[in-house]
Design a protein around this ligand. Structure first.
Ligand SMILES: Nc1nc2c(ncn2[C@@H]2O[C@H](COP(=O)(O)OP(=O)(O)O)[C@@H](O)[C@H]2O)c(=O)[nH]1
Ligand SMILES: [Mg+2]
Length: 447
């Protein structure tokens, strides 16, 4: 895609389909003129003013009134894209929207997916991490997803990553300066100082990378109901969903397939999985179900390991992310099995039939998933960011090793450079050499 796009693009910016109101957006040099061509405004002919809405009628071929519209113009660079932009609000009939777009398309072109945001990126209105934030915000389905997207959009990821990249570049410039002026008897920086700085950056990057455990939950957390047949998994599934979603029966092996359903728990979106209970025996289909159960257990964010209160220990919750759940606590004589208060995670006791213990379970699920209060610290929610942070960390690790082994400092520099580059890719739009040039042009030796 060319920089400084010169064509004007148009697209429906609200969801497609029938709606009370739809918004068609144009961006590019002719955005205002194109709209003015097709809309007759009430009152005296006045020029558009930035961010001032005007009522008018959309005309087909200069006479036939298609709809009453609200026109909202934005001037470059004070728009989302940084270009002249115009919103046209009209009634949300798919036919009408189609008509309006084809009128505008006489002098504009239908936008490619994401092209408005792409132009915003090219015009410096957003950086790459913020553009990803826009997409995340639109797809947010939970309070956590929304919160993290807003942070990205505000530039919190970008500024932290940029700061970290700045630290690496400062280190690089120190080392490069030593190398460039090695004849001039400059005292090299002690390895311990450099190591301390690299070590502190490593620590921060490790913390950021581990925050992905929380950040990835923006796509929904997988919570798996596991346990032997007849433990009450399907009954609990229905109780949590508040509907008879899955079949419950006293016959072991009733659930043979894994079934998932979404559920909001606190700030999270959870995919709750009912599974085929693991047991010896059973037919082919049940075995296939059990294989799927094992796969699910491996990638689960949280396992609820169900056991009837009177048959504890049938299924040891082997996974570290498993919470023991004692079921059927409404039965006569039911009590939490002894020995359950020892080491290991605190058990939850409940009855899916009476509902007792269900609120506690919901609270516990939330606690287990939102591991710690992240406060203002960085939370990585994009797999792309995590990969690049890992690449950066690897570079720092190698640099630390080179420093420890007292290798030539040029080798240290060549490990630091890809680390800075990886961080640069998170925010995007930077040329490392360019930045280094900038830094060195200001760098002054001997002063
Ligand atoms: N009394 C009592 N029975 C339950 C409870 N939960 C499940 N059951 C019964 O236990 C049997 C097996 O339940 P189900 O949910 O199908 O177990 P699953 O095999 O783990 O899915 C059924 O007869 C249920 O009615 C409970 O909380 N209290
Ligand atoms: Mg079942």
């Amino acid at each position: 895609m060319e920089l400084n796009a010169t064509d004007t693009i148009v697209a429906l910016s609200t969801a497609p389909g029938k709606a009370a109101v739809a918004m068609v957006r144009l961006s590019g040099p002719d955005a205002h003129a194109i709209v003015a061509d097709h809309v007759r405004f009430a009152g005296k002919a006045k020029a558009f003013r930035h961010a001032r809405a005007r009522l008018g009628v959309l005309l087909e071929d200069g006479e036939k009134v298609l709809d009453q519209v609200l026109v909202l113009p934005f001037f470059a660079p004070r728009s989302y894209t940084g270009e002249a932009l115009c919103e046209v609000h009209l009634h949300g009939s798919p036919w009408l929207v189609e008509r309006a777009i084809s009128l505008f398309c006489r002098r504009a072109r239908a936008a490619d997916p994401g092209e408005f945001t792409r132009r915003a990126l090219q015009n410096g209105k957003l950086d790459l991490a913020q553009a990803e934030g826009v997409e995340s915000l639109i797809s947010a389905r939970s309070a956590i997803a929304h919160d993290l997207a807003q942070r990205a959009l505000r530039g919190e990821i970008s500024s932290r990553v940029e700061q970290m990249r700045g630290r690496i570049l400062r280190l690089l410039s120190l080392i490069e300066a030593e190398l460039d002026f090695s004849q001039e008897e400059i005292e090299p920086h002690p390895a311990e100082d450099l190591l301390a700085e690299v070590g502190s950056m490593q620590e921060t990057l490790e913390r950021w990378i581990s925050s992905y455990r929380l950040g990835r939950l923006v796509d929904g957390a997988d919570v798996v109901l596991a346990g032997p047949p007849n433990a009450g998994k399907s009954t609990l599934m229905n109780a949590l969903l508040g509907e008879e979603r899955v079949i419950v029966s006293a016959e072991p092996g009733t659930t043979r397939d894994s079934i998932s359903q979404s559920l909001s728990i606190g700030p999270l979106e959870v995919r709750l999985w009912d599974t085929a209970g693991l047991r010896d025996g059973g037919g082919d289909i049940e075995h296939m179900g059990m294989r799927h159960t094992r796969e699910l257990l491996e990638r689960a964010d949280l396992v609820l390991a169900l056991q009837p209160w009177n048959e504890p220990g049938l299924e040891e919750p082997g996974a570290t992310n498993a919470v023991p759940v004692y079921t059927k606590m409404d039965q006569e004589g039911a009590r939490t099995p002894s020995g359950s208060s020892g080491s290991g995670p605190r058990p939850v006791a409940l009855s899916a039939l009476s509902g007792r213990g269900i609120p506690e379970l919901l609270k516990r699920i939330e606690e287990e998933l939102v591991i710690h209060d992240v406060g203002d610290d960085m939370v990585v929610s994009q797999a792309r960011h995590r990969q690049l942070l890992e690449a950066a960390l690897e570079g720092l690790q190698r640099a630390a090793e080179a420093l420890q082994a007292d290798l030539d400092r040029s080798l240290v520099a060549s490990d630091l450079r890809p680390a800075a580059e990886a961080l640069g890719q998170i925010v995007g739009g930077f040329d490392l050499e360019e930045v280094l040039d900038g830094i060195f042009s200001r760098f002054c030796i001997g002063k």
